[in-house]
Design a binder for this molecule. Sequence first.
Ligand SMILES: *Cc1c(COP(=O)(O)O)cnc(C)c1O
Length: 321
Amino acid sequence: MFQCDFRNGAWETPSIVPYGTMNLSPAASVLHYGQAVFEGMKAFKDDNGSVWLFRPEQNAARLAASAERLAIPPFPENVFLEGLKKLVALDSDWVKPGTGNSLYIRPFVFASAAGVQASAAKEYRFMIICAPVSSYYGGEVRVKIADHYSRAPQGGTGYAKAAGNYGGQFYPTQLANKEGYQQIIWTDAATHQYIEEAGTMNLFFRIGDTLITAPTSDSILDGVTRKSILDLAKHMGIKTEVRPIEVAELLAAQKSRALREIFGSGTAVVVQPIIGFGYKGENFETPLAQDSYALKLKEALMNIQYNKAADPFGWRVKVCD
Ligand SMILES: *Cc1c(COP(=O)(O)O)cnc(C)c1O
């Protein structure tokens, strides 16, 4: 694991050490006030055994934006990217070959200073840990459109990958699980009329032949997969629209059968088709369309990630051979 401490107003010299537990004061600020942010990314192995990252500079920039929102001092992006490459190269045997297999990478920063004063801490720790993940079938996903609970209010921390954004979702998600939904589609906190995103996925809707996703905002996380899918879709000649989507529009499109596909996008799943949704106790089916955009876009994106196709966007970054 990669680690680096912030003390006396500066980031110290980072190191890479064997994975293991660490000492932390019970008064560490993160345990009391949740001052913590994280990232999620993957490394891929191609058929020649070379290891690649996917748009890592996007994650470095987003971690910096998340840190700023949580009053955490920024970790130098070049040190992050260099440390990340060294760590993944050292662990390259853990990047298993085969499409779908990858090394999941979790960079994170938290307030390590002891002290129960409710203000920004003076000491932090930046770490990167990794774990091999295999290709998995996410199963059939049905979602519930939120009409009561909220994920992120306007002016809040929704655009940041802040630890507390996730802890607050577990309870409403458990309630939705009991009703037979795997995830929640969050709506805007003020009116619950506009679609925002899912727990750790941005959302796409195919209405007719147009692919629609909500604009990012201070309550929607700016997913790297989302922006890559938008670029890929345009490249493949699929019409895209980035605009607010009302729940009412979705229901009307479902009724007129114009709604042909719903899918989520994120590093973990790449693309996750959503085969049904519930709203205020009513259930609707959205079976996978023939000629599915979700599957086409997933394949195109993974072909770039695994070095099986040309990379016209310059997204791949080589770690080692
Ligand atoms: C991480 C995350 C996503 C997806 O972002 P990617 O960069 O595509 O992995 C979407 N929504 C939320 C809330 C997330 O935390």
